[in-house]
Write a protein of this length. Structure first.
Length: 202
């Protein structure tokens, strides 16, 4: 009887230790995942620094791998960037699928492409994971094209500038407010964020 109790106690110890080390491994893996966006404020400015407006945008750094049925009725547009072989569906703001942890996210203060002089702001993760949709965004160059198909119409933007900023929780976006703009945001390395800006081709 005492022997069986001893064996049970030893087994319990191994189970606890195994659980501890397994959780420690998972935590170390999460800690080692690079190039994920923190919560960030997007600050919008004109190129001449006139009239600043601030938009608080939460980019959750956690990764949700749960598979859910995609509500295709929530697809409102597609993005295509030939330079980096990217083509993705874009979902309605407010949709569960419009989430940086699943897809390219349309930020809530974006203007849709058909709004005159608006700014269509998109964010996505970097990194070699299933949600790292902007992992090659750093390869895009001035003059490259980004096409948004929205309401059956193509809106093609030519990249005008790209720059990176320190990852401080705020991303400064400077653009010409007299032009229809697309802004793409992702992380760049461990401590910087990449901002890519394009203007609608006439």
């Amino acid at each position: 009887m005492h022997f069986l109790k001893y064996i049970k106690n030893i087994s319990l110890v191994f189970i606890i230790l195994g659980h501890y080390y397994f959780c420690g491994y998972l935590l170390s893996e999460v800690h080692n995942m690079k190039n994920y966006e923190p919560n960030v404020n997007v600050v919008l400015r004109n190129e001449n620094n006139e009239k600043k407006t601030t938009s608080a945008v939460k980019l959750d750094s956690s990764i949700n791998e749960e598979k859910k049925n995609v509500q295709y009725s929530n697809v409102i547009a597609t993005i295509e960037i030939p330079k980096i072989s990217l083509r993705r569906s874009l979902y309605k703001i407010g949709s569960n699928e419009n989430n940086v942890n699943k897809n390219v996210e349309i930020l809530k203060d974006s203007n849709m492409p058909d709004i005159k002089n608006g700014n269509f702001i998109l964010a996505a993760h970097n990194g070699n994971t299933s949600v790292g949709h902007f992992k090659n965004l750093h390869k895009i160059n001035i003059g490259d094209l980004v096409t948004i198909n929205y309401n059956g119409q193509d809106y093609t933007y030519e990249i005008s500038k790209k720059y990176d900023v320190l990852k401080t929780g705020t991303v400064m976006v400077k653009r010409n407010k007299e032009k229809n703009t697309i802004t793409l945001i992702t992380c760049l390395g461990n401590d910087r964020q990449l901002v890519v800006i394009g203007y609608l081709k006439q």
